[in-house]
Design a protein around this ligand. Structure first.
Ligand code: NA7
Length: 562
């Protein structure tokens, strides 16, 4: 079992609510990141429902509240990594970074919270610990770690897809005399690396973003790499103000294009085949996109690199050639070459000076694929080949129990006391990634089975929030007591999610998309790879035909708990 990172803050409130008092609201929303904030606005302000949001952090922001590690930034360009529901908001906010850094995104979300008076609807420093559906009252009974007891007709989970950090179960961590941190629970005051010997374990997004910065700030950095990565230069810079002006003049169309696109970005995907052009032509295109930087390399090179192994090999080999070109020491370059999975089968990465960092004198790379870390010692760590390393700080960039981990941290039970953890023991099962059988009136924002992590998140979040709030409005107008997913609809959707994934490269890597990073987690592809636009169309069709796949039960007199 992996160790789960405990998320806490020194300023966390110790005040407990009066545990005997139960209040009632129409809806409880869990989480105050992009999803919970917009859900609050829709339910409270647009539908006029009584709504309570609980948020474990002391501020809004979700992922962007917690991920304060050096170099943390978004891989979507800033002009498209934002809400689109309010034209004035779109026009008034000015991004400074092309790829927004964590502080700037958090500032944006705080601005949104102020602008729509969202803080008044959120109880901070509060984790929801349990939510039980009561079959007699048709209400959810929600409990928090601050002693709150609340009943609600609806529960909406806005808990994030990548929000439960994992630290591998390596013996000895408690004996380590230096400091250690997980990238997703980074101290607010920052970490001073000056003069320190630092280890970074993990080379996913968080590792690739933080390694170049920590290398600059520390005396010495050792990177422990299990799987080498394909990563494309981001070519980060300040936002071009002329470009921003043009974006603002065309925001409606840009946002509309994103909503119907494949991945939530306003770009055309290439439909050309990598196998139908000459080697010179292909190389020239790869070079051009490598220079332009960002996800263009994935989206705008050749359509078949995501689905055809031979086409993919051409891109994978190009990136390996770039690594050999950039990294001066041939042994280090060799260790950095990704060979065991195709490009794009794990989360695609973009970086700022990642491979260059290995040319620094104060940086070493240790390949732990064959000799894993065996023990954390009081002074550092030891690998399975007997090598001992000494550190002042260890950074765990070791990822998350993605998509389901945060659900399982809540004692969530549905009809007849069925636990979500049991229901999903062989992998998450949902209808549209929004609802799951036996859990009536519970809606998930970007749950497993929706495009979520395969897309530009704010676009997917907005689509879910709007779909769910439209559905709640529809149910309220008809005085429906409970809405349940039919087992057939769920089965059919789960099958569809699997069928689509089978046609992609995603099945060819040990990734967190498949739960492969968590020992014992069922190997099931969790997000929906069919594309944002196709998915939206399906959701809209369901909404416009009285929600097939859902059973709407007759209203009965609401019975409030004592
Ligand atoms: P990721 O992408 O899950 O990366 C975690 C990294 O940690 C990855 O390189 C893992 O190697 C490595 N890892 C995990 N467990 C171990 C153990 N036991 N020993 C050694 N190395 C290990 O998490 P990130 O935080 O970087 O990114 C999460 C998402 O946030 C990202 O995809 C974006 O969507 C934003 P592995 O590849 O599993 O061999």
């Amino acid at each position: 079992m992996a160790r789960i990172v405990t998320w806490s803050e020194p300023e966390r409130s110790t005040k407990m609510a009066d545990s005997t008092a139960t209040k009632h609201v129409d809806a409880v929303v869990i989480g105050a990141g992009f999803a919970g904030m917009y859900m609050l606005k829709k339910l409270r302000d647009d539908l006029g429902m009584t709504t309570q949001v609980y948020e474990r952090g002391s501020g809004v922001g979700g992922t962007w509240f917690w991920n304060r590690y050096p170099g943390a930034r978004c891989d979507s360009e800033s002009y498209i990594y934002c809400f689109s529901f309010d034209d004035d908001l779109l026009q008034e906010w000015n991004w400074s970074g092309k790829y927004p850094e964590q502080p700037e995104i958090l500032e944006y979300l705080n601005h949104v919270a102020d602008r729509f008076d969202l803080r008044s609807g959120i109880q901070f420093n509060t984790s929801v610990t349990a939510a039980h559906f009561n079959d007699d009252t048709n209400l959810w009974e929600v409990e928090t770690d601050q002693g709150d007891r609340v009943t609600a007709k609806y529960v909406v989970t806005a808990i994030g897809c990548i929000s439960t950090g994992q630290i591998p179960q390596i013996p000895g961590l408690d004996s380590f005399q230096g400091d250690w941190h997980h990238t997703g629970a980074w101290p607010h005051e920052g970490v001073d690396f000056a003069g320190k010997r630092v280890a970074v374990i993990g080379t996913g997004s968080s590792g690739v973003q933080s390694i170049p910065v920590i290398a600059r700030e520390s005396e010495h950095l050792t990177v422990f790499q299990r799987t080498p990565q394909y990563t494309i230069p981001a070519r980060h810079e300040n936002v071009d103000q002329e470009f921003l002006k043009e974006v603002k003049a065309n925001y409606t169309e840009i946002m509309q294009q994103s909503k119907v696109s494949f991945a939530g970005f306003p770009v055309e995907f290439s439909e050309e085949s990598a196998l139908e052009v000459s080697d010179e032509e292909r190389r020239a295109k790869f070079e051009e996109l490598w220079e332009l930087g960002g996800f263009r390399f994935l989206f705008q090179s050749y359509g078949d690199i995501a689905v055809d192994r031979r086409a993919n090999d051409t891109a994978s080999e190009f990136i390996r050639s770039k690594i050999r070109e950039i990294v001066k020491d041939p042994d280090t370059a060799e260790k950095l070459l990704p060979r065991d999975h195709p490009f794009g089968s794990k989360r695609a990465l973009i970086d700022t000076n990642y491979f260059d960092t290995y040319n620094r004198d104060n940086v070493d790379l240790v390949d732990i694929r064959h000799f894993p870390i065996e023990e954390i010692t009081p002074t550092g760590l030891r690998t399975a080949d007997g090598q001992e390393y000494e550190f002042d700080v260890i950074v765990f960039a070791t990822g998350y129990d993605a998509m389901t981990g945060t659900f399982f941290n809540i004692d969530l039970t549905g009809r007849n006391g069925v636990a979500l953890k049991d229901k999903w023991s062989e992998g998450p099962k949902t209808y549209l990634g929004i609802a799951t059988t036996e859990f009536p009136n519970l809606f998930m924002i970007t749950g497993p089975g929706s495009p979520s992590v395969l897309s530009n998140m704010p676009v997917s979040i907005e689509q879910h929030v709007e779909w769910v709030s439209d559905f709640i409005e529809y149910l309220s107008e008809r005085d429906v007591a409970t809405v349940d997913v039919t087992p057939e609809a769920e089965e059919e959707w789960v099958q569809h999610v699997n069928d689509v994934a089978e046609q992609t490269m995603y099945m060819l890597a040990d990734s967190w998309y498949l739960g492969a990073n968590i020992p014992g987690k069922p190997r099931v592809f969790m997000p929906y790879a069919g594309g944002v636009g196709v998915y939206r169309e399906r959701c809209e069709e369901i909404a416009s035909t009285d929600y097939p796949g859902f059973i709407q039960s007759e209203a009965k007199e609401p019975v409030l708990a004592d």
